[in-house]
Design a protein. Structure first.
Length: 377
């Protein structure tokens, strides 16, 4: 199978780039003693878990289907967390997870009897500060529902807990900022953490970013774990798969209304939703900031403001030309939808051998089944 034979749109995961990130994760584990569990809410493409499994310790989830997916396809430790469990959810996953983390003391009280003797119990705590760049993604935002604030804690709850979880980072590339967060956590919750066996610091620590001070991070994590006598966990998602995957699209038309717009056979609302939600323009591999030809890279959806970015090129774009929308793995494939009945991107992995492996492809029947199951006469 040759790349130029593949029908757009499609995702291409690069195994070599994935391994580069995983080797950094391996170094962090060796230097700090932390355990790493993959955040399935960010990346659940289990067709490449064979690459990831040798490096990480398991998976963590945000809903019952993710728990089951991690248990069935990844193995290792399976951590279960949800902002709001139903009783049915708890019964569904209690037998297949190693750790069940509740978002509130009321949920813990309501459901712990279904978990005790099966999985370890944890509680999410909220330090009231974070390193999230946007309010939408900030767990410390006003009136946050995520985790228990220090002034709302019943101290006796820690006498019967195994662990706790914090999640207060989002693409945090600043070690100093993380160290300040750790110090705040120790000051607020230290007496409680000292009673526990483990603490998860969640995800969003971007330790695979170029130039990240990995050794300083490792030292800070080890010091925190030693200070409280706990096994530390991190829940990386984006850090594992950043810069590993392109969404490959084709130009299907060029229109002009004050600016030239190259319309491609994909859409942010259907295939790269976070570009739209967070208003963060995509990057195109073929673009050149010094190019003379500027285009809006627009989607083929009906949403008026649905565009990938504005980019410059050395030469005019042509119908049929392929463009690579870079860094399209995290919070992308997990959010794919059938808006406008657009063709769903296929998923491929280019192995280090050069072989291209098809992980999944979709057709009209997949679209049809997602909407109803009975026959239409």
């Amino acid at each position: 199978m040759q790349v130029n034979e593949l029908k757009t749109p499609y995702f291409m995961i690069d195994e070599a780039k994935l391994i580069e990130n995983l080797e950094k994760a391996k170094t962090l584990k060796a230097l700090s003693g932390v355990k790493l569990v993959l955040a399935l809410k960010c990346f659940s493409t289990w067709g490449v878990f064979d690459i990831i499994k040798p490096y990480l310790d398991g998976t963590t989830s945000s809903g019952p289907f993710e728990v089951r997916l991690g248990y069935e396809t990844f193995g290792g430790e399976t951590h279960a967390y949800s902002v709001g469990y139903s009783e049915e959810d708890v019964k569904e996953v209690a037998d297949i997870c190693d750790k069940m983390i509740f978002n509130s003391q009321s949920q813990l009280k309501a459901h712990r009897h279904l978990v005790e003797g099966k999985a370890q119990l944890g509680l999410r705590l909220n330090p009231g500060v974070s390193c999230a760049g946007q309010d939408l993604a900030d767990p410390a935002r006003k009136f946050s529902r995520l985790g228990v604030q220090a002034d709302h804690i019943d101290p006796t709850v820690f006498d019967t807990l195994n662990g706790a979880m914090f999640h207060m980072n989002c693409e945090n590339k600043d070690v100093d900022a993380l160290i300040a967060l750790l110090d705040r956590i120790s000051a607020q919750f230290g007496e409680h953490l000292n009673k526990l066996e483990w603490v998860s610091l969640g995800g969003g620590i971007f330790f695979t970013w170029p130039g990240y001070e990995l050794e300083r991070l490792a030292h800070a994590l080890k010091a925190f774990g030693d200070r409280h006598g706990v096994q530390l966990y991190l829940e990386p998602g984006e850090a594992i798969i950043t810069k590993t995957t392109d969404l490959v699209v084709s130009v299907v038309d060029v229109v002009e209304n004050g600016m030239k717009t190259a319309i491609v056979d994909s859409a942010t609302e259907a295939h790269r939703l976070d570009t739209l939600i967070y208003d963060e323009p995509a990057s195109i591999r073929e673009a050149n900031d010094d190019g003379e030809h500027e285009y809006v890279i627009g989607s083929c959806s009906c949403l008026a403001g649905d565009q990938f970015c504005v980019a410059k090129f050395d030469a005019p774009l042509e119908i049929g030309q392929r463009l690579h929308v870079m860094d399209s793995a995290g919070y992308t494939m997990v959010k794919l939808n059938w808006f406008n009945g657009l063709r769903m991107p296929s998923v491929y992995c280019q192995r280090t051998s050069g072989q291209i492996e098809k992980l999944n492809e979709f057709d009209y029947q997949d679209f049809k089944r997602s909407l109803s199951q009975w026959s239409v006469s």
